[in-house]
Design a protein around this ligand. Structure first.
Ligand code: MEV
Length: 426
């Protein structure tokens, strides 16, 4: 495992961090500039991405440290506005690396396209007619993307369900399973579904209504596991047993109650989304997939599990759909997204998904460890105080000084911050 040089990243200045990154990962000056915000997406480029562009909207970009995923050291770019997330992921990755880091894998990158077929004389018969012509349909769907086919992707199968009762009576739902390789896949799927519809209408005699990808990408899963050794669990006044059992009890809450599960999974998505956004991927798609997957059994539950390991340590797992790409879309247009992928040394969408799901698991651990011991506010307080200090008008060194004062007073409020600034300026 190539060891990333140990450095107290948070102690470095912005310039020193950029220099360190360039040295560690051999990034070119323009790639570093894209990550630091010196260059990056221009309004002119943005104007080609969406409509009615007037400018850009920035987010902080941090680097999570200590991650070892499948034996490889990874520096993880995270785009997020919330304090404590990057620090939490980095710290939990440090605990996990004592147990070998994160072990992650993905299922094949198979996405699902859906087609709604209505106005059928005999829906049950139409269903079988479609299945009989599966080979023809797959051949037709395979024609849409020669590049994808050359890379080993393409249609894999057809499934058809009969919805017997609905507001419009019975109808059929056709699923096209499509291996999209390193793409997120929405374009390939939607094109294939539109291409298939005349043939499906001919076969069934019905009318094809909706043709669109499903965000419940439950055939394209990413899974990660980690072990926190017993020796890494204790801290402050909390014993290893208390930390481990507290985390398991916190997980048990999320595994049985949807109100808690929503918050628990939100904590996972803090990590997941930050990397998805940093790499120019569609975080709404990943969010939709995650929450639908969490409810797949008819009840919304935790996406992760936490249990006691063989040596008394803590074992975590996370499994969720991960529709992310490394080709196409913003991943290849947005200079910061391109540099983010380069920074991680990611070669494929699966590799990216493995890192993302590992970050999600680390983030979940960070939240549960805090919640199960000293509470979330203590850790949050310092960073929150810095945001309040900036909002009150503090600049430069004054930001930390004011934040420390607010925390010492246990009064992290903007009116008090303004008051202190005023006192200091007189
Ligand atoms: C806050 O952004 C996320 C947490 O609420 C997650 C959790 O409760 O597990 C701390």
């Amino acid at each position: 495992m190539a060891e990333t040089a140990r450095v107290k990243f948070y102690n470095l200045s912005l310039e020193e961090r950029a220099r360190w990154l360039a040295e560690q990962r051999g990034l070119a000056a323009d790639e570093i500039a894209a990550l630091t915000g010196e260059s990056g997406l221009t309004p002119e480029q943005a104007d080609h991405m969406i409509e009615n562009v007037i400018g850009l909207h920035a987010l902080p970009l941090g680097i999570a440290q200590n991650f070892v995923v499948n034996g490889r050291e990874v520096l993880v770019p995270m785009a997020i506005e919330e304090p404590s997330v990057v620090a939490g992921a980095s710290f939990m990755a440090r605990l996990a690396r004592a147990g070998g880091g994160f072990f992650a894998h993905t299922t094949p990158p198979e996405m699902i396209g859906q087609m709604q077929i209505i106005q059928l004389e005999n829906p049950a018969e139409a269903r079988l007619k479609i299945l009989e012509r599966q080979a023809d349909l797959l051949l037709e769907a395979g024609k849409i993307d020669a590049v994808l086919a050359r890379l080993g992707g393409g249609p894999r199968g057809i499934e058809v369900r009969l919805i017997e009762q609905s507001a419009i009576g019975p109808f059929l739902v056709l699923h096209l399973i499509y291996d999209v390789r390193d793409a997120m896949g929405a374009n390939a799927i939607n094109t294939a579904m539109e291409r298939l519809s005349p043939l499906v209408e001919e076969i069934t005699g019905g009318k094809v209504h909706l043709r669109i990808l499903s965000n419940l990408a439950d055939r394209r899963l990413a899974r990660a596991r980690c072990t926190i050794p017993f020796s890494e669990l204790a801290f402050n006044d909390f014993s290893a047993d208390a930390v481990r059992d507290g985390i398991i009890a916190a997980w048990a809450f999320a595994a049985s109650d949807p109100y808690r599960a929503a918050t628990h999974n939100k904590g996972i998505m803090n990590g997941v989304d930050a990397v998805v956004i940093a790499t120019g991927n569609d975080w709404r798609a990943v969010e939709a997939g995650a929450h639908a997957y969490a409810a797949r059994g008819g009840k919304y539950i935790s996406l992760s599990t936490w249990s006691k390991g063989a040596d008394g340590g803590l074992v975590g797992t996370l499994e969720m759909p991960m529709a992310v790409g490394t080709v196409g879309g913003a991943t290849r247009v947005h200079p910061t997204a391109k540099a983010a992928l380069k920074l991680m040394g990611v070669q494929s969408a699966s590799q990216l998904a493995e890192i993302i799901v590992s970050v999600g698991l680390a983030q979940n651990l960070a939240a549960l460890r805090a919640l199960a011991t000293e509470g979330i506010q203590r850790g949050h307080m310092g960073l929150h105080a810095r945001q309040v200090a900036i909002a009150a008008g503090a600049q430069g060194e004054m930001v930390n000084r004011l934040a420390d004062q607010l925390v010492a007073e246990r009064n992290v409020r903007i009116d008090r911050a303004e008051e202190i600034l005023h006192e200091w300026s007189n």
